[in-house]
Every structure is written in structure tokens, then in C-alpha cells.
Design a protein around this ligand. Structure first.
Ligand SMILES: Nc1ncnc2c1ncn2[C@@H]1O[C@H](COP(=O)(O)OP(=O)(O)O)[C@@H](O)[C@H]1O
Ligand SMILES: [Mg+2]
Length: 351
């Protein structure tokens, strides 16, 4: 029997637009022989609609103007096991959900918590791992405790910065070894709110920018090296795909470089020795298990001096656009996008 799969996209997040691009790819690649697909769009202001819009309309945002959109939301009530359409006083049973949402209110455990409450299987990490991986202050602390190498870092509450700017400046010198540094919001994504800071004079503006996205700010030493990413798939026994490398065209892999310019190059496999690639894959799976990931994650690293592996972050709902690294890495391993989606859905049911 066909399974009904609901694809959630959009969301109240600075990555709303990217989510629409990822969702269009998912909608185009889900097998209609195996699944009945329901598209549920969440507007930037947080309204939920069941929509018949085409993947193109999802991609370009036109879906919001479709006259056929009907208000619909996930019910926490397990007897519904799906969507409630309040106007139509109707309920739609859903077998599983793919939350194709990036960033806050989607990748951070919020929607995952609702799905757990509703008892509906869903693709990807559960609430705790989602929240932990989303928060760089928390994930850095946990990975540090497990001895996984990362950039030297410090974090503080944005609201404390006004009174403690001098202390932060001193800590940058003593704990991180000075400038340049990277300033980031603890919770965000797609490089939103991230700055490379060359000197103390630029710090206030960078902290203000990061603070605009989150209440905690992380500062890291700047790692000079290659930027590589590993696609991991699975529940208790995760598998790692090949490792890809980003040749960023900008000063760092920023938002425009990721999604607008399309000028950064991807190298698959990464330009590293087989031994280093193996170590990246092993470390990716180790970090994935340590933080309790399930389903999928893209684990990002820097490689300094061709051999030193430094973990940057785990993305629990990595970009899934046609040019994104996660699906491309599996494709290079012989797993097509429709097949990858089948595996992710199977993992959701297996949990
Ligand atoms: N410590 C660092 N050293 C060097 N480059 C960094 C560092 N941290 C981030 N970057 C650059 O900034 C980009 C975005 O930072 P990242 O921490 O991955 O944030 P996001 O969660 O928004 O993707 C990275 O892809 C990388 O190019
Ligand atoms: Mg990143």
C-alpha cells in the first residue's frame, strides 16, 4: 500500500528560502509510485497551509498565492496522526513526515518535538540531537568533552557583551591566540550572522550582527585549510558517504556563495589522501553517534596542513537542493536522490 508522506517546507527561519529550494528537490524526487505526497508550506510568519502548488511554485515562493491552499496543521493528538484542516473540519492521516526545514523552528528540535508528541514517524534527528547540533555553544562543549578536535572557541551571552567587551577581547588574545576570528550566533545556519573579524576594532559590529540572530554568541579561532563535508546516513549504525570539498569563491563560505553566486566549486572526492578521508569519515560517524543523530546529518570539517582534522559542525537537515553536497555525495556513492529519500523514509519507520 502507498504511504502518505507529508513534506514540510518554508518556516519561520532566516533559511526559509533555502528550505523552499530543498523542498522542491524533495518533491521532484519522491517516488509517486510508492508515496502519496502532501506538501505543507509554512509561511515566514508561521501560518501552515496544505498546498497543491508545483515544485516550481514552491521554489520561487509563488505557492503562497495559490487559491487552493487550505489551512492545515499537524495535530499533537495521536488519534489524528496527521493534519487537521480547520476550515474544512477534516483530518488527513499521514504515515510519515519529511521536515525539509532549515534553521530555527524546523531544524532545531521544535518541529521534531511536535512530531514526537504526535507519534508520527519522521525523517531525521529527534528533538534532542536536533537542538544540540543547532546550538554551536552546546555542541562544541559536548564534542570537546568527547575529545573531538574543533577550533578553539569561547561563547557568551549577547546581553552580557556591553558590560564585558574588554573581557571578551582579552579572552580572544589569551584563549584563541588573537585575530582573525570567526564570530557566529550560537543558533543559526547558512552563514547568516557569521563574520570573519580581522581586528579588535571590528568586533562590536560582528557581535551585534550575531546577536541579531541569537541570544548567545560564539567566537572561534580562524582555521586556515580545506573545508570538507561528509554525508552520514543511518540510525544506530550510521554509514558515511564520500567526503566532498568546498572551494569557496568568497573570503569564506558565506550565504551568497552557498546559494546565490553558485561560483564555489565542489570537489568530490575531497583533495585529500585516502587515509585522511577515512579518518574524516570515521570522525563524522563518531560525532554523529555521540550527539545522538538519527536519519541523516552532514558533518563539516576543516583540514589544516592536509592532515589535521578539525570538526566545524553537524547539520541535521542539510541543504537538499539540486546543487547541495549531501545528495551529491550519496549520488557519487551510487545512491540516487529518489533512492536516498526511500532510505531516509525507511529509517524513519525503523526508529
Ligand atoms: N573557525 C573557522 N575558521 C575558518 N573558517 C570558518 C570558521 N568558522 C566558520 N568558517 C567559515 O564560515 C562558514 C560558515 O560558518 P559555519 O560555522 O559553518 O556556520 P553555519 O552554521 O551558518 O553554516 C564556514 O562554512 C566557513 O567557510
Ligand atoms: Mg556551516
Amino acid at each position: 500500500m502507498k504511504k502518505t508522506i507529508a513534506v514540510l517546507f518554508g518556516g519561520c527561519s532566516s533559511e526559509h528560502e533555502i528550505s523552499r529550494l530543498s523542498a522542491a528537490t524533495v518533491l521532484r524526487n519522491l517516488s509517486r509510485e510508492k508515496y502519496d505526497v502532501l506538501s505543507v508550506g509554512i509561511t515566514k510568519s508561521g501560518r501552515w497551509f496544505l498546498t497543491e502548488a508545483s515544485p516550481e511554485a514552491v521554489e520561487n515562493g509563488e505557492w503562497e498565492n495559490s487559491p487552493l491552499n487550505r489551512q492545515a496543521f499537524l495535530s499533537p493528538d495521536r488519534s489524528v496522526h496527521g493534519l487537521v484542516l480547520p476550515g474544512a473540519e477534516k483530518m488527513l492521516r499521514v504515515d510519515a513526515v519529511i521536515p525539509v526545514l532549515h534553521g530555527k523552528n524546523g531544524e532545531d528540535g521544535t518541529v521534531q518535538g511536535l512530531l514526537q508528541l504526535a507519534g508520527i514517524p519522521f525523517v531525521g534527528c529527534a528533538a534532542l540531537a536536533s537542538a544540540v547540533c543547532m546550538d554551536k555553544a552546546v555542541s562544541h562543549t559536548l564534542l570537546d568533552a568527547a575529545g573531538i578536535r574543533q577550533a578553539k572557541y569561547l561563547w557568551f551571552y549577547a546581553s552580557d557583551y556591553a558590560g564585558e567587551a574588554e573581557t571578551v577581547r582579552a579572552r580572544i588574545l589569551s584563549e584563541l591566540g588573537g585575530y582573525p576570528v570567526f564570530v557566529k550566533p550560537a543558533n543559526a545556519g547558512s552563514s547568516v550572522g557569521v563574520s570573519r573579524v580581522e581586528s579588535a576594532g571590528e568586533l562590536d559590529a560582528a557581535v551585534a550582527k550575531a546577536a541579531h540572530e541569537d541570544w548567545r554568541v560564539v567566537i572561534e579561532e580562524c582555521i586556515v585549510g580545506r573545508e570538507v563535508e561528509c554525508a552520514v546516513l543511518g540510525n544506530e549504525k550510521p554509514e558515511a558517504a564520500l567526503v566532498g570539498e568546498i572551494g569557496a569563491s568568497a573570503a569564506f563560505y558565506d550565504y551568497d556563495d552557498k546559494y546565490i553566486n553558485g561560483t564555489s566549486r565542489l570537489y568530490i572526492p575531497a583533495r585529500l589522501t585516502p587515509e585522511v578521508i577515512e579518518e574524516v569519515r570515521r570522525t563524522a560517524c563518531r560525532a554523529y553517534r555521540l550527539l545522538g543523530c538519527e536519519g541523516l546529518a552532514r558533518v563539516d570539517f576543516f583540514v589544516r596542513n592536509e592532515t589535521e582534522i578539525i570538526l566545524n559542525e553537524l547539520n541535521t537537515l542539510p541543504g537538499f537542493t539540486s546543487i547541495s553536497m549531501y545528495p551529491k555525495l550519496w549520488e557519487s556513492c551510487g545512491v540516487s536522490c529518489p533512492e536516498l529519500l526511500d532510505r531516509l523514509i525507511d529509517l524513519a519507520f525503523a526508529r
